[in-house]
Design a protein around this ligand. Sequence first.
Ligand SMILES: Cc1ncc(C[n+]2csc(CCOP(=O)(O)OP(=O)(O)O)c2C)c(N)n1
Ligand SMILES: [Mg+2]
Length: 324
Amino acid sequence: MLDKNKLDWIYNKLFTIRFFEERIKKIAKEKSVPGYLHTCIGSEAICVGVMAALNKDDWISSTYRNHGHAIAKDCNLNQITSEIYGRSTGICKGRGGSMHISDFDRGMLGSFGIVAAGPPVVLGAALQEKINNGSKNSVSFFGDGAIHNGAFHEAAGLAKLWNIPMLFVCENNGYAEATATDWHLNTKELSDISKAYDMIAYSGNGNDVFEVFNLTNKALKESRNKQTPIFLEFKNYRFSGQYEGDTQLYQPEEEIENAKKNDPIKLAIDNAKNHNLTKDDIEKYKKNALDTVNSAFDFADTQPWPKGEDALEEVYVNYPREVN
Ligand SMILES: Cc1ncc(C[n+]2csc(CCOP(=O)(O)OP(=O)(O)O)c2C)c(N)n1
Ligand SMILES: [Mg+2]
């Protein structure tokens, strides 16, 4: 049985991510923030279940569908929201926007708009841990679409060759942009791809936060004991479009309705009684999460914009000339 603090954390995070993304959907319709917005409704159990198995300073990488990973990695919600609003108090000082939330202090090595850009970065972090006898875990999140990208294969091949303990966590949400997974897959099961690298692989129900948590715990231990990478596939469903504004005409209504039966938030609520949680507990989690989300949006909306004269700060190269 999980202890109460862990359960509180898991349920608070699940609701926070869902309410946050629902609010993002609204602001996307209003077109009140710059840039593309991608929501992770349907992925909450993967974000929370994996992060519940990690320590606060473990390394992760994310994708453009990153809000849930950042929230579950305990990045500051006010700063995340400010970043999405492009404000100077954002987690990357408003320079990255929604798709580029990173926070090295919390092990969030980056969110990448480029598909499969994360695995090689996390491989580097994990290699460094191995060389320095470090104890931090290393986990790269990516989508089903990323398994066709060379960067994923390079990272997978090297991780196995160098005996690097790390997790490759694939969120198989049924779609890569408008292409359904069974249209783009050239193996019977997605996780079969790991066979090319003789890599251990497990698949789990990405809608069940407790299954995700248990499988991640098991994989972390095995990966460390055997000094080997492990591929984890979590199956779920992408309720949102590829981006906010996507008409989703390619996702049959019946398919969406069926997937709703396994909505990760619904499953977590159904599961609450098995963890001795009451309806009151659930209501408290919801209220707490909604208050946190509302105050983050209130905060972000009042924050100052970055100053033009700061545009050349914190870039790789500062040119020794005045910019007018
Ligand atoms: C290297 C690269 N190729 C193509 C794209 C365009 N693109 C953006 S999202 C996407 C689909 C990725 O799908 P998946 O990995 O399943 O992630 P999901 O959106 O389902 O979370 C593609 C091909 C890109 N961003 N980067
Ligand atoms: Mg996908």
